[in-house]
Design a protein around this ligand. Sequence first.
Ligand SMILES: CC(C)(COP(=O)(O)OP(=O)(O)OC[C@H]1O[C@@H](n2cnc3c(N)ncnc32)[C@H](O)[C@@H]1OP(=O)(O)O)[C@@H](O)C(=O)NCCC(=O)NCCS
Length: 374
Amino acid sequence: MSASEIYSPGLEGVIAGETAISTVTEGLRYRGYPVTELAEHCGFEEVAFLLLHGELPTARQLTEFRKRVAVARRLPEPLRDLLRALPRWTPAMDALRSSVSVLAHFDQDTPDSSRDADLRKAERLLAQIPVAVADRHRFSKGLQPVPARDDLSHAANFLYMLTGKEPDAAATRALDVSLILYAEHEFNASTFTARVVASTESDLHSAVVAAIGALKGRLHGGANEQVMALLEAAGDPEHAEAWVRAALARKERVMGFGHRIYKSGDVRAGILKEYARKAAEAAGLLQWEETAAVFERILAEEKHLYPNLDWPAGRLYHALGLETSLYTPIFVTARVAGWAAHVIEQAAHNRLIRPRGRYVGPERRSARPLAERG
Ligand SMILES: CC(C)(COP(=O)(O)OP(=O)(O)OC[C@H]1O[C@@H](n2cnc3c(N)ncnc32)[C@H](O)[C@@H]1OP(=O)(O)O)[C@@H](O)C(=O)NCCC(=O)NCCS
C-alpha cells in the first residue's frame, strides 16, 4: 500500500501500534479494569502499580511499593537550586520539564533501558515529580519547601507539600480520583510522543521530557488551565448563555469540550463532575458549577460537543484552592505512570516509529549557485 492511500490528517483513526495497557473501545479500561471500578475501589498508588506492573497489587505489594516511592521522594540538591533560581515567571510546566531532564543526570539507571531499570526509574519519577512541582511552587512564592510525609497517601502528600497543612479526607479523595482518571489514556498525543522517543532506543527520562512538552499544549493537558478563565469570563449563570453563544459565533474553541475519540461524552468527566460539585459546595463556589452547566447545555445543543476530563478537573482544582498554574503539572504527576508503562511496552516490542509525510511542496526545480540567484 502506498503512503498516500493511508493518509489520515492528525493520524485520526490510525492504529499506530499494539498495547495491552488500556483500551477506549468499549469504555475506558486500564489493563482490563473499567476505569469506573478503579475510581470507585482503588487509590492512585494501586492504579499506578497496575499500569506499571500489569496487575493490581496485593496488600503486601502495595506496602512495598509505597515504601519505595516514599524513599524516592527527595530531589537532588542541584535540582532544588535550579528550582529556586528559575525566574519567577517561568511557567510551572516548563520548570517541570527541566526538572525531569535534570533528574536524568542524577539517576544511576538513566543509560540502562532494561525493563527492570525502567521500572525503577518510573517509580522514582512517580515520587519525584510531585515534589518538584510542589517545591517549585513554593520557591516561586518565596517559601521554603515542605518535606513529604511517609504516612500520607500520594494525593494527600501532594496537597501537604504545597500548603504545609494536612488535607481533609474529601479533598484527598477528590484529588486521588482525578489522578486515577488522568493516569492513562491509550495513544493520546503525549503518550504517543513518549512512544516515538522510546522507539529510537532513547531513554525513559527523555521520553517523559518530550511527553511533558506535548502535554502542555492547550489542545491536550493545557486545557485544564483554561477552564476557570472561561467560566470567569462568562460570569454568573444568568449572563453566561449570551457569552457562550457569542464565543461560539466567533468560532472560538471552548477548552474542556470535545475529544478526538469520545464524540458523545467522556466517562471520566462524568465521574469527576460529582467530586468537582462536592468540592465547590464545600468551598462556597457553587456558582461556577451553575455556569458550567450553562456551557454544557449550549455546547451540546449547538455543537454536539461534550465535556472531557479537563472540564471538571479545572473546577475541582480551583475548588480545592489550587492555583491554575498547577493544573497541568498535576496531570503530569498522574500520567507519568501511563507514559512509563508505554515506554516499557514499546521497548519490549520495538519497531522504530517513522511514518511518512504527504509532500505538498514545490515541484522539482534546479538549485543554482548563489552568484546566479541575483
Ligand atoms: C480535543 C480536540 C483537539 C479534538 O479535536 P478533533 O478531533 O481534532 O476535532 P476537530 O478539531 O476536527 O473539531 C471538529 C469540529 O468541532 C469543533 N470543535 C471541536 N472541539 C471544540 C471545542 N472545544 N469548542 C468549539 N468547537 C470545537 C471544531 O471547530 C470543528 O468544527 P468545524 O468542523 O466547524 O471546523 C478538540 O475537541 C478541542 O480543541 N477541544 C478543546 C481542547 C481540549 O479540551 N483538549 C483536551 C482534550 S482531552
